[in-house]
Write a protein that binds this ligand. Structure first.
Ligand SMILES: NC(=O)c1ccc[n+]([C@@H]2O[C@H](COP(=O)([O-])OP(=O)(O)OC[C@H]3O[C@@H](n4cnc5c(N)ncnc54)[C@H](O)[C@@H]3O)[C@@H](O)[C@H]2O)c1
Length: 391
Protein backbone atom coordinates (compact mmCIF):
# COMPACT_ATOMS: atom_id res chain seq x y z
CA UNK A 1 0.00 0.00 0.00
CA UNK A 2 1.57 3.30 -1.05
CA UNK A 3 0.03 6.43 0.45
CA UNK A 4 -2.82 6.65 2.93
CA UNK A 5 -6.51 6.45 2.29
CA UNK A 6 -9.54 5.76 4.46
CA UNK A 7 -10.61 2.56 2.63
CA UNK A 8 -7.30 0.74 3.08
CA UNK A 9 -6.98 2.11 6.61
CA UNK A 10 -10.24 0.45 7.67
CA UNK A 11 -9.37 -3.12 6.60
CA UNK A 12 -6.98 -5.26 8.66
CA UNK A 13 -3.37 -4.54 7.72
CA UNK A 14 -1.58 -7.45 6.07
CA UNK A 15 1.59 -8.45 7.87
CA UNK A 16 4.72 -10.51 7.23
CA UNK A 17 7.29 -11.49 9.83
CA UNK A 18 11.01 -11.98 9.15
CA UNK A 19 12.66 -14.09 11.85
CA UNK A 20 10.30 -16.47 13.67
CA UNK A 21 12.61 -18.04 16.27
CA UNK A 22 14.26 -16.42 19.29
CA UNK A 23 12.64 -13.05 19.94
CA UNK A 24 10.72 -13.50 16.69
CA UNK A 25 8.59 -16.14 18.46
CA UNK A 26 7.25 -13.36 20.71
CA UNK A 27 6.39 -11.27 17.65
CA UNK A 28 4.74 -14.29 16.03
CA UNK A 29 2.51 -14.90 19.07
CA UNK A 30 1.61 -11.22 19.19
CA UNK A 31 0.77 -10.98 15.48
CA UNK A 32 -1.36 -14.16 15.75
CA UNK A 33 -3.20 -12.59 18.71
CA UNK A 34 -3.80 -9.35 16.75
CA UNK A 35 -5.03 -11.49 13.84
CA UNK A 36 -7.59 -13.22 16.07
CA UNK A 37 -8.78 -9.76 17.14
CA UNK A 38 -9.22 -8.83 13.46
CA UNK A 39 -6.57 -6.09 13.54
CA UNK A 40 -4.17 -7.73 11.10
CA UNK A 41 -3.87 -10.63 8.68
CA UNK A 42 -0.64 -12.59 8.91
CA UNK A 43 0.07 -13.57 5.31
CA UNK A 44 3.60 -14.94 5.39
CA UNK A 45 6.81 -15.45 7.35
CA UNK A 46 10.43 -15.60 6.22
CA UNK A 47 13.18 -17.50 8.02
CA UNK A 48 15.92 -19.80 6.76
CA UNK A 49 14.96 -22.09 9.68
CA UNK A 50 11.35 -23.09 9.07
CA UNK A 51 8.84 -22.36 11.85
CA UNK A 52 7.26 -25.11 13.94
CA UNK A 53 3.58 -26.01 14.24
CA UNK A 54 2.79 -22.74 16.07
CA UNK A 55 2.21 -21.20 12.63
CA UNK A 56 -1.42 -21.13 11.40
CA UNK A 57 -1.72 -23.42 8.33
CA UNK A 58 -2.81 -20.63 5.95
CA UNK A 59 0.39 -18.62 6.49
CA UNK A 60 2.95 -18.92 3.68
CA UNK A 61 6.54 -19.77 4.61
CA UNK A 62 9.61 -18.49 2.73
CA UNK A 63 13.30 -19.01 3.36
CA UNK A 64 14.03 -15.33 2.82
CA UNK A 65 12.32 -11.98 2.77
CA UNK A 66 13.20 -11.08 -0.82
CA UNK A 67 11.40 -14.19 -2.05
CA UNK A 68 8.45 -13.45 0.23
CA UNK A 69 8.09 -9.86 -0.96
CA UNK A 70 8.31 -10.93 -4.61
CA UNK A 71 5.36 -13.28 -4.05
CA UNK A 72 3.18 -11.54 -1.47
CA UNK A 73 2.14 -7.90 -1.13
CA UNK A 74 2.01 -6.84 2.52
CA UNK A 75 1.33 -3.59 4.37
CA UNK A 76 3.68 -4.17 7.30
CA UNK A 77 6.85 -6.21 7.75
CA UNK A 78 8.06 -7.03 11.27
CA UNK A 79 11.82 -7.72 11.30
CA UNK A 80 13.32 -9.69 14.18
CA UNK A 81 16.51 -11.04 12.68
CA UNK A 82 20.25 -10.80 13.51
CA UNK A 83 21.57 -7.23 13.81
CA UNK A 84 23.68 -7.33 10.63
CA UNK A 85 20.57 -8.08 8.53
CA UNK A 86 18.43 -5.24 9.91
CA UNK A 87 19.19 -2.49 7.41
CA UNK A 88 19.30 -4.69 4.25
CA UNK A 89 15.99 -6.37 5.16
CA UNK A 90 14.32 -3.11 6.19
CA UNK A 91 15.39 -1.56 2.89
CA UNK A 92 13.87 -4.48 0.94
CA UNK A 93 10.61 -4.14 2.87
CA UNK A 94 10.40 -0.34 2.54
CA UNK A 95 11.16 -0.47 -1.20
CA UNK A 96 8.39 -3.06 -1.63
CA UNK A 97 5.98 -0.42 -0.31
CA UNK A 98 5.58 -1.85 3.20
CA UNK A 99 5.93 -0.11 6.54
CA UNK A 100 8.33 -1.70 8.99
CA UNK A 101 8.67 -2.57 12.66
CA UNK A 102 12.41 -3.16 12.97
CA UNK A 103 14.00 -4.73 16.03
CA UNK A 104 16.67 -2.89 17.96
CA UNK A 105 19.50 -2.05 17.55
CA UNK A 106 18.26 -0.45 14.32
CA UNK A 107 21.63 -0.56 12.55
CA UNK A 108 25.14 -1.88 13.10
CA UNK A 109 26.79 1.40 12.06
CA UNK A 110 26.03 5.07 11.63
CA UNK A 111 26.59 4.80 7.87
CA UNK A 112 23.96 2.04 7.63
CA UNK A 113 21.62 4.11 9.80
CA UNK A 114 21.99 7.16 7.55
CA UNK A 115 21.46 4.99 4.49
CA UNK A 116 18.14 3.75 5.87
CA UNK A 117 17.11 7.31 6.79
CA UNK A 118 17.51 8.18 3.09
CA UNK A 119 15.52 5.08 2.02
CA UNK A 120 12.70 6.07 4.40
CA UNK A 121 12.68 9.60 2.95
CA UNK A 122 12.80 8.32 -0.63
CA UNK A 123 10.02 5.75 -0.20
CA UNK A 124 7.85 7.83 2.14
CA UNK A 125 7.28 4.70 4.22
CA UNK A 126 7.22 4.37 8.01
CA UNK A 127 9.81 2.63 10.14
CA UNK A 128 9.29 2.08 13.86
CA UNK A 129 12.14 0.65 15.97
CA UNK A 130 11.49 -2.04 18.59
CA UNK A 131 12.50 -0.01 21.62
CA UNK A 132 9.56 -1.00 23.84
CA UNK A 133 10.61 1.68 26.32
CA UNK A 134 9.26 4.29 23.88
CA UNK A 135 5.83 2.78 24.54
CA UNK A 136 6.26 2.89 28.31
CA UNK A 137 4.00 5.49 29.89
CA UNK A 138 6.39 5.55 32.86
CA UNK A 139 9.27 6.58 30.57
CA UNK A 140 7.12 9.14 28.73
CA UNK A 141 5.96 10.63 32.06
CA UNK A 142 9.57 10.91 33.20
CA UNK A 143 10.55 12.58 29.92
CA UNK A 144 7.80 15.17 30.52
CA UNK A 145 8.98 15.76 34.11
CA UNK A 146 12.52 16.32 32.86
CA UNK A 147 11.34 18.63 30.08
CA UNK A 148 9.15 20.77 32.36
CA UNK A 149 11.84 21.08 35.05
CA UNK A 150 9.91 19.25 37.81
CA UNK A 151 13.16 17.66 38.98
CA UNK A 152 15.01 20.97 38.89
CA UNK A 153 18.24 21.39 37.01
CA UNK A 154 19.43 18.12 35.52
CA UNK A 155 22.69 16.90 37.06
CA UNK A 156 22.79 13.86 34.82
CA UNK A 157 21.23 10.51 34.00
CA UNK A 158 22.62 7.11 35.01
CA UNK A 159 21.41 3.85 33.48
CA UNK A 160 22.42 0.60 35.15
CA UNK A 161 21.83 -3.08 34.59
CA UNK A 162 23.21 -6.21 36.27
CA UNK A 163 22.20 -9.42 34.56
CA UNK A 164 23.36 -13.00 34.54
CA UNK A 165 23.93 -14.65 31.17
CA UNK A 166 25.41 -18.13 30.82
CA UNK A 167 27.43 -19.73 28.01
CA UNK A 168 24.28 -20.81 26.20
CA UNK A 169 23.30 -17.16 25.65
CA UNK A 170 26.49 -16.59 23.67
CA UNK A 171 26.20 -19.96 21.91
CA UNK A 172 22.58 -19.51 20.76
CA UNK A 173 23.50 -18.01 17.38
CA UNK A 174 26.61 -17.54 15.25
CA UNK A 175 26.36 -13.77 15.50
CA UNK A 176 26.02 -13.65 19.30
CA UNK A 177 28.88 -11.82 20.99
CA UNK A 178 30.50 -10.90 17.66
CA UNK A 179 31.83 -7.51 16.66
CA UNK A 180 31.79 -8.60 13.04
CA UNK A 181 31.06 -11.73 11.08
CA UNK A 182 32.46 -12.60 7.65
CA UNK A 183 33.69 -8.98 7.38
CA UNK A 184 30.25 -7.50 8.17
CA UNK A 185 29.63 -5.36 11.27
CA UNK A 186 27.47 -7.05 13.90
CA UNK A 187 28.30 -5.08 17.10
CA UNK A 188 26.48 -7.47 19.42
CA UNK A 189 27.58 -6.63 22.96
CA UNK A 190 26.06 -5.67 26.29
CA UNK A 191 25.78 -1.98 25.40
CA UNK A 192 24.37 -2.32 21.92
CA UNK A 193 22.03 -5.29 22.27
CA UNK A 194 20.72 -6.70 25.58
CA UNK A 195 20.99 -3.33 27.35
CA UNK A 196 20.26 -1.19 24.29
CA UNK A 197 17.01 -0.15 25.97
CA UNK A 198 18.92 1.41 28.90
CA UNK A 199 20.84 3.90 26.75
CA UNK A 200 17.89 4.49 24.43
CA UNK A 201 15.65 5.20 27.45
CA UNK A 202 18.14 7.64 28.98
CA UNK A 203 18.44 9.56 25.70
CA UNK A 204 14.69 9.56 25.19
CA UNK A 205 14.12 10.88 28.73
CA UNK A 206 16.64 13.64 28.07
CA UNK A 207 14.77 14.52 24.86
CA UNK A 208 17.94 13.67 22.92
CA UNK A 209 16.94 10.80 20.65
CA UNK A 210 18.29 12.15 17.36
CA UNK A 211 21.85 11.70 16.11
CA UNK A 212 22.55 15.45 16.11
CA UNK A 213 21.47 15.68 19.77
CA UNK A 214 24.50 13.67 20.90
CA UNK A 215 27.70 15.72 21.35
CA UNK A 216 30.17 13.05 22.43
CA UNK A 217 30.41 9.37 23.36
CA UNK A 218 33.15 7.70 25.44
CA UNK A 219 33.25 3.95 25.94
CA UNK A 220 34.91 1.59 28.44
CA UNK A 221 34.35 -1.91 27.16
CA UNK A 222 35.38 -5.04 29.05
CA UNK A 223 34.71 -8.73 28.77
CA UNK A 224 34.95 -11.71 31.08
CA UNK A 225 33.42 -14.21 28.63
CA UNK A 226 35.40 -15.76 25.76
CA UNK A 227 33.64 -13.54 23.21
CA UNK A 228 34.69 -10.78 20.81
CA UNK A 229 32.38 -8.11 22.17
CA UNK A 230 31.77 -6.50 25.58
CA UNK A 231 29.84 -7.97 28.51
CA UNK A 232 30.71 -5.41 31.20
CA UNK A 233 30.80 -1.80 30.06
CA UNK A 234 30.36 1.84 30.85
CA UNK A 235 29.52 4.55 28.33
CA UNK A 236 29.35 8.31 28.82
CA UNK A 237 27.28 10.38 26.43
CA UNK A 238 27.06 14.15 26.58
CA UNK A 239 23.98 15.44 24.84
CA UNK A 240 23.69 18.74 23.01
CA UNK A 241 21.54 20.13 25.81
CA UNK A 242 24.48 19.47 28.15
CA UNK A 243 23.28 16.36 30.00
CA UNK A 244 25.80 13.73 31.01
CA UNK A 245 24.38 10.23 30.55
CA UNK A 246 26.36 7.33 32.01
CA UNK A 247 25.28 3.80 31.19
CA UNK A 248 26.94 1.03 33.22
CA UNK A 249 26.09 -2.58 32.54
CA UNK A 250 27.14 -6.12 33.09
CA UNK A 251 26.02 -9.57 31.99
CA UNK A 252 28.41 -11.06 34.56
CA UNK A 253 26.62 -10.19 37.81
CA UNK A 254 26.57 -12.46 40.82
CA UNK A 255 22.76 -12.16 41.12
CA UNK A 256 20.44 -11.41 38.21
CA UNK A 257 18.47 -8.20 38.70
CA UNK A 258 15.79 -8.35 36.00
CA UNK A 259 14.89 -4.69 36.39
CA UNK A 260 17.53 -2.34 34.95
CA UNK A 261 17.17 1.25 36.14
CA UNK A 262 17.43 4.69 34.62
CA UNK A 263 18.20 7.21 37.36
CA UNK A 264 17.59 10.90 36.77
CA UNK A 265 19.57 13.12 39.10
CA UNK A 266 17.98 16.58 39.39
CA UNK A 267 18.74 19.50 41.71
CA UNK A 268 15.19 19.25 43.16
CA UNK A 269 14.65 15.53 43.03
CA UNK A 270 15.49 12.09 41.78
CA UNK A 271 13.60 9.67 39.59
CA UNK A 272 14.19 5.95 39.15
CA UNK A 273 12.61 4.29 36.14
CA UNK A 274 12.55 0.51 36.03
CA UNK A 275 11.93 0.39 32.32
CA UNK A 276 11.37 -3.35 31.93
CA UNK A 277 8.36 -3.19 34.27
CA UNK A 278 7.15 0.40 33.66
CA UNK A 279 7.59 1.47 37.27
CA UNK A 280 8.56 5.01 38.22
CA UNK A 281 9.77 6.10 41.63
CA UNK A 282 9.94 9.87 42.23
CA UNK A 283 11.56 11.64 45.13
CA UNK A 284 10.86 15.35 45.13
CA UNK A 285 11.45 17.55 48.20
CA UNK A 286 12.14 14.45 50.29
CA UNK A 287 8.83 12.73 49.45
CA UNK A 288 8.84 9.52 47.45
CA UNK A 289 6.02 8.10 45.33
CA UNK A 290 5.98 4.85 43.39
CA UNK A 291 3.72 4.46 40.39
CA UNK A 292 3.07 1.50 38.13
CA UNK A 293 2.30 2.55 34.55
CA UNK A 294 1.04 0.74 31.49
CA UNK A 295 2.63 0.38 28.09
CA UNK A 296 1.60 0.99 24.50
CA UNK A 297 2.54 -1.73 22.05
CA UNK A 298 4.81 -0.65 19.20
CA UNK A 299 3.16 -2.73 16.47
CA UNK A 300 -0.31 -1.55 17.47
CA UNK A 301 0.98 2.01 17.54
CA UNK A 302 2.39 1.55 14.03
CA UNK A 303 -1.01 0.24 12.87
CA UNK A 304 -2.78 3.18 14.56
CA UNK A 305 -0.39 5.64 12.94
CA UNK A 306 -0.98 4.06 9.52
CA UNK A 307 -4.74 4.29 10.01
CA UNK A 308 -4.56 7.85 11.31
CA UNK A 309 -1.30 9.73 10.72
CA UNK A 310 -2.22 12.22 13.45
CA UNK A 311 -1.43 9.43 15.98
CA UNK A 312 2.26 9.99 16.74
CA UNK A 313 4.67 7.15 16.08
CA UNK A 314 6.32 6.17 19.38
CA UNK A 315 9.77 5.09 18.17
CA UNK A 316 10.39 6.59 14.72
CA UNK A 317 13.64 5.49 13.11
CA UNK A 318 15.12 9.02 13.09
CA UNK A 319 14.68 9.23 16.89
CA UNK A 320 17.08 6.31 17.34
CA UNK A 321 20.02 8.15 15.76
CA UNK A 322 21.39 9.23 19.16
CA UNK A 323 21.44 5.60 20.26
CA UNK A 324 23.11 4.67 16.95
CA UNK A 325 25.89 7.20 17.72
CA UNK A 326 26.59 4.97 20.75
CA UNK A 327 26.53 1.85 18.54
CA UNK A 328 29.01 3.58 16.23
CA UNK A 329 31.32 4.49 19.14
CA UNK A 330 31.28 0.85 20.29
CA UNK A 331 31.84 -0.34 16.71
CA UNK A 332 34.97 1.75 16.18
CA UNK A 333 36.34 1.33 19.74
CA UNK A 334 39.30 -0.99 20.29
CA UNK A 335 38.37 -4.58 21.16
CA UNK A 336 37.04 -4.87 24.75
CA UNK A 337 39.71 -5.40 27.39
CA UNK A 338 39.76 -8.85 28.94
CA UNK A 339 39.12 -8.65 32.68
CA UNK A 340 42.10 -10.21 34.47
CA UNK A 341 41.36 -13.78 35.59
CA UNK A 342 41.95 -12.98 39.26
CA UNK A 343 38.84 -10.75 39.27
CA UNK A 344 36.59 -13.48 37.82
CA UNK A 345 34.88 -16.36 39.59
CA UNK A 346 33.40 -19.08 37.36
CA UNK A 347 30.14 -20.79 38.24
CA UNK A 348 28.24 -23.72 36.64
CA UNK A 349 29.17 -26.19 33.92
CA UNK A 350 28.62 -26.61 30.19
CA UNK A 351 25.85 -24.36 28.87
CA UNK A 352 25.26 -23.03 32.41
CA UNK A 353 28.85 -21.87 32.90
CA UNK A 354 29.21 -18.18 33.61
CA UNK A 355 31.76 -15.66 34.86
CA UNK A 356 31.08 -13.44 37.87
CA UNK A 357 33.11 -10.24 37.92
CA UNK A 358 34.34 -9.21 41.37
CA UNK A 359 31.97 -6.73 43.05
CA UNK A 360 30.60 -5.73 39.68
CA UNK A 361 27.21 -4.75 41.14
CA UNK A 362 28.92 -2.18 43.38
CA UNK A 363 30.87 -0.59 40.51
CA UNK A 364 27.88 -0.53 38.17
CA UNK A 365 25.75 1.16 40.84
CA UNK A 366 28.46 3.70 41.64
CA UNK A 367 28.86 4.54 37.94
CA UNK A 368 25.14 5.25 37.62
CA UNK A 369 25.02 7.26 40.84
CA UNK A 370 28.27 9.19 40.47
CA UNK A 371 28.06 9.49 36.66
CA UNK A 372 31.62 8.24 36.25
CA UNK A 373 33.28 5.49 34.23
CA UNK A 374 34.69 2.32 35.88
CA UNK A 375 38.32 3.44 35.54
CA UNK A 376 37.54 6.85 37.04
CA UNK A 377 35.96 5.14 40.04
CA UNK A 378 38.99 2.88 40.43
CA UNK A 379 37.29 -0.49 39.75
CA UNK A 380 40.35 -2.74 40.06
CA UNK A 381 39.51 -4.90 37.05
CA UNK A 382 39.26 -1.71 34.97
CA UNK A 383 42.63 -0.31 35.96
CA UNK A 384 44.84 -3.33 36.66
CA UNK A 385 46.00 -5.52 33.83
CA UNK A 386 47.48 -9.01 33.92
CA UNK A 387 50.26 -8.00 31.53
CA UNK A 388 51.34 -5.25 33.97
CA UNK A 389 51.24 -7.74 36.83
CA UNK A 390 53.47 -10.18 34.99
CA UNK A 391 55.53 -7.58 33.15
N1 LIG B 1 13.12 -5.67 21.82
C1 LIG B 1 13.59 -6.60 22.63
O1 LIG B 1 13.36 -6.58 23.85
C2 LIG B 1 14.43 -7.70 22.07
C3 LIG B 1 14.69 -8.85 22.83
C4 LIG B 1 15.48 -9.85 22.26
C5 LIG B 1 15.98 -9.69 20.97
N2 LIG B 1 15.71 -8.55 20.28
C6 LIG B 1 16.23 -8.36 18.92
O2 LIG B 1 15.60 -9.29 18.05
C7 LIG B 1 16.50 -9.63 16.99
C8 LIG B 1 16.66 -11.14 16.92
O3 LIG B 1 17.34 -11.54 18.10
P1 LIG B 1 17.32 -13.07 18.58
O4 LIG B 1 18.10 -13.09 19.82
O5 LIG B 1 15.93 -13.58 18.52
O6 LIG B 1 18.17 -13.74 17.40
P2 LIG B 1 18.21 -15.28 16.96
O7 LIG B 1 19.46 -15.44 16.16
O8 LIG B 1 17.99 -16.14 18.15
O9 LIG B 1 16.93 -15.41 16.01
C9 LIG B 1 16.91 -14.75 14.79
C10 LIG B 1 15.94 -15.42 13.85
O10 LIG B 1 16.06 -14.80 12.57
C11 LIG B 1 16.28 -15.82 11.58
N3 LIG B 1 17.03 -15.23 10.47
C12 LIG B 1 18.37 -15.10 10.35
N4 LIG B 1 18.66 -14.46 9.19
C13 LIG B 1 17.47 -14.20 8.59
C14 LIG B 1 17.12 -13.58 7.36
N5 LIG B 1 18.03 -13.06 6.55
N6 LIG B 1 15.80 -13.49 7.06
C15 LIG B 1 14.84 -13.99 7.88
N7 LIG B 1 15.14 -14.59 9.06
C16 LIG B 1 16.43 -14.69 9.40
C17 LIG B 1 16.99 -16.94 12.32
O11 LIG B 1 16.88 -18.18 11.64
C18 LIG B 1 16.24 -16.92 13.64
O12 LIG B 1 15.02 -17.62 13.54
C19 LIG B 1 17.80 -8.90 17.28
O13 LIG B 1 17.82 -7.70 16.59
C20 LIG B 1 17.72 -8.63 18.77
O14 LIG B 1 18.47 -7.49 19.16
C21 LIG B 1 14.93 -7.59 20.80
Amino acid sequence: MIGWDAATASRPATVALAGVHGHGATHLRHVIKLATEGRVRLLAVADPRPPGDELPPDVAVYADLRELLAAVEVDVVVISTPIQTHVPLAELALRSGADVLLEKPPAASLAEFEHLVSVIEETGRICQVGFQVAGSRAARTLAELVADGSLGELRGIGAIGTWVRTAQYWQRARWAGRRSLDGIDVVDGAVTNPFAHATAAALMIDGSGRADQVESVETELFRANPIESDDTSAVRVVTSRGTTVVTALTLCADQNDPEPMVIVHGSEGRAVLRYSVDRLSLTINGRTSDTQYGRDDLLENLLDHRADPSVPLLAPFAETGGFTRVVEAVRVAPAPLEIPARFIRWDGDGPERRPIVAEVEKWVTRAGEELALFSELGAPWAIERDDEEHG
